[in-house]
Design a protein around this ligand. Structure first.
Ligand SMILES: [Zn+2]
Length: 308
């Protein structure tokens, strides 16, 4: 992804969060709509595509915001009095989603079903809003503090699209809103690992249940290593470590704040997966966690192919 577009998306996402989250702390406050930039990929792009198809666009629902999807978003925005920039932000999402309920069929239903699958429901995305889909929606809404019905209204869509899926036993090393998906497949500059471009003070989270140890050296700077079943998850260049050596951590637990310590040319989180003396490529693991799908076992992660 072009770095400028990624940064624009981050800034827009931050602004959207401020607006949507302002002064609210209720458990039922939905997360901010994701900002789907013009080179975005991932499950929210696919939802945009299914909603556009439901509204008559002849585009593929491939999860890639390519030229045809961008053109369809622009046309939709123009038709709805929105700034036609091809970027699906909160205003576009609000116009794009539609109420659907039991008995409905079509692309919007398929889109919702894909999101339900992402949130862990065992459904076939067949475009038919039958009893299994209704039960999944009702359960999902109940867990989010919404009314226990099968109606997928705008708020339900927002939770489906923007809510962080829970993969049992795992968490992304950053809040899902901290970076767009495209940052999680970037190659590393030398050995297998990944550099996640976030500003100093961003919360770094434990990816899984593990035992923490601390690193303080000129390479990693202030670092945290989480060891789980012989696999070491390595966090470097932190501005602050907030776990103590030997402590047990849970998925999603704050382990430190990102920074620019050690051998680092700018604020970022270096994240590595190491088994014995072998570095594995973390990209597939991180993408699975971002998408809310079952992650590959760390030992199955490749040991080459993620460097440039
Ligand atoms: Zn690095």
């Amino acid at each position: 992804m072009a770095r400028t577009l990624a940064l624009v998306a981050i800034v827009l996402a931050s602004l959207a969060m401020v607006v949507v989250g302002a002064g609210t702390a209720s458990a039922a406050t939905p997360p901010a709509w994701p900002v789907v930039g013009t080179t975005a990929t991932g499950p929210e792009v696919r939802t945009v595509q299914y909603l556009l198809r439901e509204r008559g666009s002849q585009i593929a629902a491939d999860g890639i915001n390519g030229p045809q999807t961008v053109a369809a978003i622009k046309a939709f925005q123009s038709a709805n009095g929105l700034n036609n920039d091809g970027i699906a932000g909160p205003l576009t999402w609000s116009k794009l989603v539609m109420d659907i309920d039991s008995g409905a069929s079509g692309n919007a239903v398929t889109g919702a079903q894909h999101q339900l699958v992402r949130h862990g429901y065992d459904l076939v995305a067949d475009g038919a809003f039958g009893p299994a889909t209704a039960a999944a929606v009702t359960d999902f809404k109940t867990k989010k503090g919404l009314s226990a019905t099968s109606l997928i209204d705008a708020t339900t869509w927002q939770w489906l699209v923007a809510g962080t899926p829970t993969v049992d036993g795992w968490s992304l090393p950053l809040a899902r809103t901290a970076l767009p998906r495209g940052e999680y497949d970037d190659p590393h500059h030398d050995y297998p690992a990944i550099d996640l471009p976030v500003g100093t003070g961003t919360r770094a989270l434990a990816v899984t249940t593990a035992t923490a140890s601390l690193v303080n050296d000129s390479s990693c700077g202030k670092g945290v290593v989480l060891t789980a079943n012989g696999v070491r998850f390595i966090y470097c260049h932190l501005s602050q470590q907030v776990v103590s050596a030997g402590s047990a951590v849970e998925p999603g637990q704050l382990v430190g704040y990102t920074g620019n310590t050690g051998n680092s040319t700018g604020p970022h989180l270096h994240f590595g997966v190491k088994i014995g003396s072998t570095n594995h490529c973390p990209q597939r693991l991180l993408l699975a966690l971002y998408d809310g799908t079952n992650p590959p076992t760390p030992s199955s992660l490749p040991t080459s192919g993620c460097t440039n």
